[in-house]
Each structure stands twice: as C-alpha cells, then as structure tokens.
Design a protein around this ligand. Structure first.
Ligand code: C2O
Ligand code: CU
Ligand code: CU
Length: 568
C-alpha cells in the first residue's frame, strides 16, 4: 500500500471481528441481486424506455448506520514528491498503473488501478504563482487520460478526452497555478470510459496553497489535522472483493458500502481539538449528505474552488459527484464521533429518489479523539475576500438544459464545438434540469459563482467558488464566470453532468475560448474519431427531446462593448 497512516503510533486493535462487508439479511441480498440483475439488463439494452422503467423498480434502500466496525485506520494518500527543474517549475512524476487492493481487514484483494500505487494517487500540492509540470505515464494496458478538475489552465493541458495517453506513453502538461488555495482533484476523462477508469481507482487530490490561506489559523498539518477524505460507494462480494454495484437507478450504479481513501469502515485518531476534513465525492452516481452522528455543527470553510468568506455552521453538507467541501470538526477529549451520510435532498420524486440513493444512510468514518487533545486556535470569523462577479459585466448569457443524456438536446460529439467564449469576458449561464432525474453541472477551466437558485440569492454554502453544482429538477441555477487569457481554437474545454454514467453516455459538450473578434469555432479540424456511438441507445433521438439542436445563446452585445479590462 502506498498510503501512510496518520498516527501510526496510536493504533488501537480492531474491534472484535466481522467479515469486511457489513451483514444484512438474506431478503436484502436478494433484493440487491435483483437490482444488480436489472442493472445488467439495462446496460445490455441501454434504451431510454428501460431507463424510464427504472424509476418504478429501483434499488433497495441501504442503511449501514450502526453496522460498520471501523476496524482499520484511515489510509491517508501521501503527498506527491516533486522537484524544481532548471526553469524553476515544480515537477511531478505520475504513473497510472495496475495494482491490487484490500479494502477491508481480511478481505480478498481486488485488481485495481492507481497512480504511483495500487489505488488512488498521491496528493499533489502546489502554490499559487508556481509553474507545475506533471509527467503522466500510462503504464496501463489501455489508453487513458488525466484531467485536473477545477484548475484554471490552457485547454491543451486540461486533460480532457482529446488528450489521450497511449499505453507506454508519457503526457507532460505544464501550467501556471493562478487561482486561490483550494482542494482540487485529478481523474481520467477518457471518452466514454470515465466511470470505469475512476472506478478502478484513478483519482487523487490536488491541493493548492496561497498566502491568504496560509495566514489564516486553520488546521493545516497534512495527515494530522488536515485530512483528505475521498469518498466512494462500492459493493463487495462475500470475500470482500469489489463486485458489480448492488443498486442501479437513474443516477447510475450505486454501491451499498462506503469506501474512504480506499478503506471500508475506517477510523481516524484525532490528536488536535479541531480537524479539517477535505471531502471529495469521487463516486460515480451517489450524492452524500454528511452529518455528525450527534448532530453537531460541521463548520464549512471551503467549497470546490477555495475558502468561503466566513465559516458556515452546517448540520449537513451535501456533495454530488465531483464536488468538494472543506469542513472543520471540533472534538472533545476522548470522544468518538461518527461521520455519517444521511439521505441527500435530491429533489426528485419518491420512486426516482429511492433508486438514486436519496433514501440511503451510511456510516462513513469514525473520528476518535485522544484523551489529551492539542489545543487548536479558534476558527477565524472571516476567511478570505471573494471578489464578486457582476451580472452587469456579462457579455453573454447561455442556457443549458439537462435532460436525459443530453445537454440542450445534444449528445457529446468529439468533433463538434458547441460554442465559443471570449477571453477575459464574463458570462452568465442558466442551468436547468428539466428531467425528473438527478443531474449536476461541471465546467472546465473556470470557477464560477452562483448568482441565484430559483431566483433567490444562493444559500451561504453556495456563496464561494464552485466548479460543480447539483441541479434539482426544475430548479434553475444561474452561475457567473469569467474566462481568462488562455485561448485555443484546436482543443476544447468540456462542460458536463458529473454523474459519470451520464457523462460517459454523452451528457457533455465542448467549448473553446478565443480572443475577441476571432471567428467562432463550430467543428474541430481533423477527425477526432471517437464520436460518441449513439448506434445502440435510441434514447438520444427520441421524440421527447425535440427542443432543437441549438444552444440558446443570446449575446447581449457585440465587440464594441467587451469588457477587456478584467482578469489578469
Ligand atoms: Cu471532474 Cu470534466 O471532470
Ligand atoms: Cu473537470
Ligand atoms: Cu446527469
């Protein structure tokens, strides 16, 4: 295992044993089996009709609260080694490779993929103002890609589906870190295969630091009081090997056990009064609503793209796939607190809710406070200043309708560029899920601010920088963003639903950023061959999605009025 334990000296012996997977009744196993079988049928036929039926059948409700043993210490991904090259760039060497992982004590190993190890990858860390160079070598038997989720960077460095890395090859993107301190992450973005590649274990954190964050008295001793938590749901067979997901519904495949940093049922020995958890939902389909088992406040200090202006006390922190939250938990000496996930408010109808994990409960991680806790400074009342993007500055308004596996009635096409944005301009996007099923929205290259949710100002937890936002059905969310200097007519950025099955099925589009006055790009030169294959999924062409192939772009002004003065 490549991971180190946070407090290796302070081992407790595991509590009296049970097999790795939590136990459940035979009836439940049977239900799960039926759910899985249904999933297989669905995958085999892949029609929208079957998908619609899913809402009526769905997966069994899952509840692991009180059943998890917490029998292994939380593994903490190591910080990636790096060195400075002759040009002063921070260089990381990553290798995507095959491995084998034991997810719970006594479990049989599962064949997995990892980065510089067996499962997941090391935590990359860089400071604002630094140039980084990452050598990504593909030591896997198949083509993959590596995307820097949440990063502002040139499209050619972004690691989207066009930046394939063949087996045996090394891809070496380089860029300047120029955005606030944040918890970002990396994962493959291989066309049609993201769910599979992430699910096998290719993911890791990319933490950015800056002076503003360093000046704050926040827990920041990595592995001691600053802990990454990469959360996924999985299903295991009786020997504890990863197996086909137990549930399947409109959101995609749902596991019935939680895995944190590659471990089922982990505990964390806490040695300080306050601990900061950097939580990443790296699951394919499942949305979480994290709580403490005694209902204590979780202090939310950061979201996808950086710190909030002030900590927000939350009883519950909801994260849909791809989203991150930085949470500070305050502990009393000697106490145990279980981080749980309760039913997330997906906002979908009851039947879809159940089969999308909207009624599931999990035990996630046990925090075990030492008898003597090192005192932590109080949480600052104020964190950082977030410059507000102004709607009045927007030079383009766009609408994105999420429905079925399409955005604005279109399925992903590797050759088509859906729109062209202008460097250094501000845009307002209205995001709308007009479908009864859960979706979210993620955009590459920029962090955005939420302007309003259903016409109302965003709740406090949505007032920071975001790159991914959950979209309940029929609740319009308007976001505002500013594009930077990077332009490229040949390599697009992606926007998509981050539910990985949806994304793989084509719920994605592409855009380029060009200088003001440049001719918009609608198609990429050359053959980007790996079109999404709609051949066997009739849902894409069905009559209910006849609201046109256009993307509802309304430019509010033209070149004369552009706002070239923002940005760097
Ligand atoms: Cu986290 Cu386009 O991806
Ligand atoms: Cu991304
Ligand atoms: Cu979706």
């Amino acid at each position: 295992m490549p991971f180190t334990e946070p407090n290796a000296a302070a081992h407790r012996s595991p509590r009296p044993g049970r097999p790795p997977a939590t136990r459940r009744s035979r009836r439940r196993r049977l239900l799960l089996f039926i759910g899985a079988a249904f999933g297989v049928v669905l995958l085999a036929t892949g029609t929208a009709t079957v998908l619609a039926l899913l809402g009526l059948i769905g997966a069994a409700r899952v509840d692991t609260t009180g059943q998890v043993e917490f029998a292994q210490p939380l593994p903490v991904p190591p910080v990636a080694e790096s060195h400075l090259d002759a040009e002063g760039r921070r260089v990381f060497d990553l290798s995507a490779q095959e491995g084998s992982t034991v997810f719970a004590p006594g479990a049989a190993p599962t064949d997995t993929w990892g980065v510089n190890g067996d499962y997941f990858g090391p935590t990359l860390r860089a400071e604002r103002g630094e140039e980084v160079l990452v050598n990504v070598t593909n030591d896997l038997p198949e083509t993959t890609t590596m995307h820097w989720h949440g990063m502002h960077l040139p499209a050619a460095m972004d690691g989207g589906p066009h930046s394939e890395i063949e087996p045996g090859q090394t891809w070496s993107p380089t860029w300047l870190i120029d955005q606030p301190a944040a918890t970002l992450w990396y994962h493959p973005h291989t066309h049609g295969l993201t769910e599979e590649h992430v699910g096998r274990g290719l993911a890791g954190m990319f933490i950015l630091d800056d002076e503003d964050a360093a000046e704050l008295d926040l827990p920041s001793d990595y592995g001691v009081d600053d802990i990454p938590l990469i959360v996924q749901d999985r299903s295991f067979d009786d020997e504890g090997r990863v197996t086909t997901a137990a549930g399947f519904g409109p959101a995609g495949a749902l596991g019935d056990e939680l895995v944190v940093n590659g471990a089922v049922g982990p505990y964390l020995e806490v040695s300080t009064e306050r601990v900061r958890l950097r939580v990443l939902n790296a699951s394919a389909a499942r949305t979480y609503a994290f709580t403490a088992d005694d209902g204590r406040d979780l202090m939310l200090i950061g979201t996808d793209g950086g710190l909030l202006e002030a900590p927000v006390a939350q009883q519950e922190v909801m994260l849909s796939p791809g989203e991150r939250a930085e949470i500070v938990v305050t502990m009393e000496p000697g106490e145990d607190v279980v981080l749980r996930s309760g039913p997330p408010e997906l906002g979908v109808r009851a039947m879809q809710d159940r089969s999308s994990g909207g009624q599931d409960h999990f035990d996630v991680l046990e925090l075990r406070a030492a008898r003597d806790l090192t005192e932590s400074p109080p949480l600052p009342d104020e964190l950082v200043t977030i410059p507000r993007l102004e709607e009045a500055d927007a030079t383009a308004h766009r609408h994105f309708e999420m429905r079925s596996f399409e955005i604005n009635g279109r399925s992903m096409d590797m050759n088509r560029v859906d729109f062209t944005a202008t460097a250094r301009t501000t845009e307002v996007w209205e995001l709308r899920n007009t479908h009864g099923d859960p979706h979210n929205f993620h955009v590459h290259d920029v962090q955005f601010q939420v302007l309003d949710v259903d016409g109302d100002p965003p709740p406090p937890h949505l007032r920071g920088w975001k790159d991914t936002v959950y979209l309940p059905p029929d609740v319009p969310v308007r976001v505002i963003m500013q594009f930077g200097d990077y332009t490229d007519a040949a390599v697009p950025y992606m926007y998509h639903c981050h539910l990985l099955w949806h994304e793989d099925e084509g719920m994605m589009g592409q855009f380029v950023v060009l200088e003001d006055g440049a001719r918009p790009v609608t198609e990429l030169a050359g053959d980007h061959g790996r079109h999404h294959d709609d051949g066997d999924d009739g849902g894409h062409e069905s009559a209910e999605h006849d609201h046109g192939g256009h993307d509802h772009v309304h430019h509010h002004d033209d070149a004369e009025q552009h706002h070239g003065g923002h940005g760097h």
